[in-house]
Design a protein around this ligand. Structure first.
Ligand code: 0VR
Length: 250
């Protein structure tokens, strides 16, 4: 049984960690390198750095953020936000990211998934799917949740696996920052539809929510709010996951 991963997420805007609800009302949540080092010291299995800066200029400075975080942690580092093409992906990987996460650019040009997987390996390419509930299914959102596409989230995950993505980062927009629990039905649908690992994201309030998401089929659980606000720590939730019968790395 593959060990389950706990992945703190650092949403970064203009070089600072931020956190909001449904991607809105972003408040300052500290320095990325300090946060990453602390989470790694407390047993994080991986760190996701998600650049949510709007301006291209702010995005240029994010390589400094990636380098600063890279210096502080030895665990895998995933970087997403504004990955548009081979050049921007290569710049991130050369700066120290182990994997890149694609969202809007992949929706705009699905062949980019295949090109990056061929260049860097499937294991280095995540498809980040931000999904908003639409009746009994979920639609794919792009551009930081501001544009709803016609794409069904599960169909899109299947397509991206076919195109060569090595992992799915599945964020439930409705749940983001709400501490109301993960979107379990969405996780179950996507994780039963693809063979690649699925990272559940959005809504975690505690280890119980994480156990629910893992039992629904996720291979890893991502959280931001509860870690940034100090409500719990990575090692505390991993201890509870173990007690809940989950295989986690020590
Ligand atoms: P919580 O654990 O509920 O705080 O959320 C985890 C995860 O959903 C968020 O850290 C992250 O995916 C939110 N994403 C975006 C964004 C945040 C601000 C602006 C844009 C985006 O485009 O994903």
């Amino acid at each position: 049984m593959l060990k389950k991963r706990v992945i703190p997420c650092l949403d970064v805007k203009d070089g600072r960690v931020v956190k909001g609800v449904r991607f809105q009302g972003l408040r300052d949540a500290g320095d990325p390198a300090e946060r990453a080092a602390s989470y790694a010291d407390h047993g994080a299995d991986e760190i996701l750095l998600l650049d949510v800066s709007a301006t291209i200029e702010a995005r240029r400075t994010r390589l400094e953020t990636v380098a600063a975080v890279r210096e502080r942690i030895a665990i895998p580092l995933v970087v997403g936000g504004g990955v548009r093409d081979e050049e921007s992906a290569r710049a991130l990987l050369e700066t120290g990211a182990d994997k890149v996460a694609l969202n809007s650019a992949a929706v705009a040009d699905p062949s980019l998934v295949t090109r990056l997987a061929r260049l860097f390996g499937a294991q280095a390419v995540l498809i980040a799917i931000d999904a908003a509930r639409a009746g009994t299914s979920w639609r794919v959102l792009v551009r930081s949740g501001t544009v709803t596409t016609e794409l069904d989230a599960t169909d899109w995950a299947i397509e991206c696996e076919r195109l060569g993505a090595g992992e799915v980062l599945l964020t439930a927009w409705d749940r983001d920052g709400t501490r109301s629990g993960y979107e379990l039905e969405l996780i179950a649908r996507v994780s039963s539809a693809v063979r690649v690992p699925v990272i559940a994201s959005g809504g975690a309030a505690n280890a119980h929510h994480m156990i629910e998401a893992l039992r629904a089929g996720a291979d890893a659980v991502l959280a931001a709010s509860i870690f940034h606000d100090g409500e719990t720590t990575v090692d505390a939730v991993k201890q509870e996951l173990r007690l809940g019968g989950m295989e986690v790395r020590t």
